[in-house]
Ligand binder design. Structure first.
Ligand SMILES: [Zn+2]
Length: 478
């Protein structure tokens, strides 16, 4: 994706120490900008790992928005390790560490780094995204709609910051809420402004990110969507709020999906792709099988991959490499290690009778059949091709029925791997997709992300995405 986008790359540090506390997954910072100067909005997602509405909305800003005027800075995965482990906070509540933090706290560096970003002179206004319980109401309605709930609120710590641009916190929050309240799925979902009056003695809220910003004269708002909704509807509301703020700040943008429940759902769940080693391997894992076997990774080299969005993490385990997308475990990759051959970047392939050149990493839509054009010195392996005993499948016209379905990358049996080798070395791979869709390479900018490693005892079981029922602990605020 060629866009005016500068990325401060976050490195996921690969550490081999057995102590969990010594490991650290750093967050990413995206600076989505334009040539036209203007205000800068900072959006932070994932301060607590079990609030997928917030971090998915923030991630979508980095993958599906183009900023045309002004800037949007995005931290989509502030508490990345807790996101992967679907925990509010593996090291405690990160949003209670902004007033005081000890040097020995494993999140000391995270806090220091995000504080610097918040206080950066460019940043005009900060949004910290949360998924909260129930529905906030200024007065008691019932158990799920009352002043102690957090969902569907815009939170301010105080009414205003004097003599600061965008310092009219209450007025701005009300304006944003009013805009969003024109786009509700149901009247019950209406947003209200919640003032925690932090300075007047709310000890808990005094420890939060927004109050740190406000203390330092930086306008900041907590944004809470209700945990009663499934993730894509939470992200929908967060994006509505974010867009309302962008409008308020005069930030202009384009979005590449329709802002509707189904539009957001597709944008979140269809964009889960991985490229390894400069696209020599490309896997669309959005709807992948539980296990992907014999993936030809590079022998005695660091595993380096590019994810299609900043919520993807690869975690090494004794049983293959687990692929996470936010709170969801997507698939498990079982590598087979090869020496790599770098003498070619593409194959010539005939698709439904039409000959074309395909770069490694492409996914090619096929209606009826394909055939890789033979090239001297190289051999082709179509993974799952039924006819055994052939060492080279170049020159063979292959239809979907000629490949065993269980070898597909996707659950529905449409996407298959076509691998090219030179002698015993792996040269590269393209995917053929019998559902007909062509796909371009990975769009996300973050590249060269090393693997993250967790030991077996730290495994967590990750359930499927679902609304969080109200219950014990559900009053935990932002
Ligand atoms: Zn929260």
């Amino acid at each position: 994706m060629k866009r005016l986008l500068s990325v401060i790359l976050a490195y996921l540090v690969f550490l081999t120490s057995p102590s969990f506390a010594s490991r650290h997954m750093d967050f990413s910072v995206y600076k989505l900008g334009s040539n036209l100067p203007g205000n800068t909005l900072l959006v932070i997602g994932g301060i607590q790992g079990d609030e997928p509405g917030g971090f998915n909305a923030a991630a979508l800003l980095t993958t599906h928005y183009k900023i045309k005027k002004g800037s949007v800075w995005v931290v989509p995965n502030l508490n990345f390790i807790s996101i992967i482990k679907r925990s509010r906070g593996v090291y405690g509540d990160l949003n209670r560490k902004f007033a005081e933090i000890g040097r020995s706290d494993p999140e000391f560096n995270t806090i220091s780094k995000v504080k610097r970003i918040i206080l950066d002179d460019h940043v005009d206004l900060v949004l910290n995204l949360h998924d909260g319980s129930g529905f906030y109401r200024p007065t008691y309605v019932d158990r799920n709609h009352n002043p102690k709930r957090w969902g569907q609120s815009i939170i301010i710590d105080q009414e205003q910051l004097r003599k600061v641009q965008f310092g009219e916190l209450d007025a701005i929050a009300r304006q944003a809420a009013a805009v969003v309240n024109r786009h509700l799925f149901s009247a019950e979902h209406a947003y209200h402004v919640k003032n925690t009056w932090t300075k007047l003695g709310d000890m808990e809220m005094a420890k939060t990110l927004t109050y740190y910003a406000v203390r330092n004269l930086k306008p900041a708002f907590g944004v809470e969507v209700s945990k009663n909704f499934p993730t894509h509807k939470r992200a929908y509301y967060h994006l509505k709020v974010i867009e309302a703020y962008m409008d308020l700040l005069g930030i202009e943008y384009e979005r590449s999906f329709s802002l509707s429940a189904s539009g957001v759902k597709g944008a979140i769940y269809n964009n889960v792709k991985l490229a390894f080693y400069d696209n020599r391997i490309f896997l669309d894992v959005a709807h992948a099988r539980k296990r992907l076997r014999f993936i030809p990774l590079r022998k005695s080299a660091e595993i380096v991959y590019t994810p299609s969005n900043p919520l993807i993490a690869l975690v090494e385990s004794d049983k293959g490499i687990r692929v996470f997308h936010g709170n969801r475990r997507i698939t498990r990759i079982y590598p087979q290690y090869f020496e790599y051959d770098f003498s070619t970047e593409n194959v010539t392939i005939q698709i439904d009778g039409q000959k074309r050149k395909a770069a490694f990493g492409e996914m090619l839509g096929v209606q009826e059949s394909f055939m890789v054009v033979p090239k001297a010195g190289y051999r082709v392996n179509v993974i799952g091709f039924k006819k055994t005993g052939t060492s080279d499948e170049a020159g063979v016209i292959i239809g979907q029925e000629d490949i065993m379905k269980r070898f597909s990358v996707d659950k529905s049996g449409n996407i298959f791997r076509v691998e090219v080798y030179k002698n015993d070395k792996f040269s590269g791979m393209v995917l053929v997709n019998f559902s007909g869709e062509n796909e371009n390479l990975i769009a996300s900018e973050p590249a060269n992300t090393p693997l993250f490693s967790l030991s077996a005892k730290e495994k967590t079981s990750i359930a499927q995405d679902s609304p969080t029922p109200l219950g014990k602990g559900s009053n935990l605020g932002r």
